[in-house]
Design a protein around this ligand. Structure first.
Ligand SMILES: [Zn+2]
Length: 347
């Protein structure tokens, strides 16, 4: 049976540079169940013409390192996009023209891969717009990254891990029920927004800290102090906003928080602190990550309760209590009474 898919792009615009888009199907049938591979599949890179080799290699190296450990899922297509505003010095006109032409061609490639008939001109590839998404038919996971090495060099290590976490969540996150019920991308099967973004923020920071070799071509790596500062900044931001992560679950929640400019504080910052508490419960990054494959089988919430050994409402309650007494410790030598001190030696 074949069904014509009408697709629409639902865009999450956040104050944060991390943006998730999704391509959703309005009508589905069994033949439309995406078969993302979770073993050892293709991760293909696409770049604009003349993309700096050194930065492409840094990005590729990070993806390789991270996916060797947690599985190559996909097929995944990663688009590394250079923009004319990267360089603080103005580019010469010939280079500007080359990039424009190259971007147009790359957008066409992107649209073709997603099974669109379009030329891809709807894609927003401005610097700072990072994106992770998927298509159902054909089943493809897509990542686009636009950061400038002049401004956000760290994002050539942290960024790939963050976005690849979304690829892992997606590849592991779908059950047939989600497709049948037209609930692709909804919280039931991919988890609450705070989980999706929080785990991506936390895992990218922790893995970067654990793996200094990823920064070998750069001036500095992610130090313990850097990790502690980031997590304490997130804690402080979340405490100040006085809005529980439990209000950052569904797509509607996201829209509401966005209108109040609270997405970053609740979903990203609060979510990362919540995920740090979950990481502490499991005791290691390995055990934390072992949650992901359980989602397709059990559904997100039952998997959460089984894996982390606590009901979701009880976790929200406990987390609120923990946050209320935690003290943000930014810009101080991180000591043992730092709420996230356990991260220093997490395996
Ligand atoms: Zn994200």
């Amino acid at each position: 049976m074949s069904t014509v898919l009408r697709r629409s792009l639902l865009k999450y615009v956040a104050v944060s540079p991390w943006i998730i888009n999704r391509v959703m199907a309005d009508s589905t049938s069994e033949t439309n169940i995406p078969k993302y591979q979770i073993g050892d599949t293709v991760i293909e890179f696409h770049t604009t013409d003349g993309y700096p080799q050194r930065w492409k290699e840094t990005y590729e190296n990070t993806i390789k390192h991270f996916s060797n450990r947690w599985g190559r899922v996909g097929p995944t297509h990663i688009f590394l996009v250079e923009n004319t505003d990267w360089n603080p010095e103005p580019d010469d006109p010939a280079r500007v023209e080359q990039l424009k032409i190259s971007q147009r061609q790359l957008k066409q490639t992107f649209a073709n891969l997603q099974g669109h008939g379009s030329d891809g001109s709807h894609l927003e590839w401005e610097t700072g717009n990072h994106w992770a998404g998927w298509s159902i038919k054909p089943p493809q996971l897509m990542i686009t990254m636009t950061m400038s090495p002049y401004r956000d060099a760290d994002q050539f290590v942290i960024g790939p891990i963050h976005e690849y976490m979304h690829a892992l969540q997606t590849a592991h996150g779908y059950g047939q029920e989600a497709i049948d019920g037209n609930r692709m991308g909804q919280s039931l099967w991919t988890g609450p927004a705070w989980w999706r973004e929080g785990s991506a923020v936390l895992v990218s920071a922790v893995y970067s800290y654990q793996t200094p070799s990823l920064f070998k071509s750069m001036k500095r790596n992610m130090s313990w102090r850097g990790l502690s500062d980031e997590m304490n900044r997130n804690l402080e931001m979340y405490q100040k906003i006085e809005t529980s992560i439990s209000s950052g679950v569904t797509h509607d929640d996201w829209q509401r928080l966005e209108a109040q400019q609270r997405v970053h504080s609740v979903v990203y910052a609060g979510g990362s602190v919540a995920c740090a508490h979950l990481l502490k419960r499991t005791g290691s990054l390995d055990k934390f990550m072992q949650f992901l494959p359980k989602v397709a089988k059990l559904g997100w919430q039952p998997a959460f309760e089984q894996h982390f050994g606590i009901s979701l409402p009880a976790f929200y309650e406990q987390f609120a209590k923990d946050v209320a007494v935690a003290e943000p410790r930014q810009h101080q030598p991180p000591s043992e009474d730092n709420w996230c001190y356990f991260l220093k030696s997490i395996k």
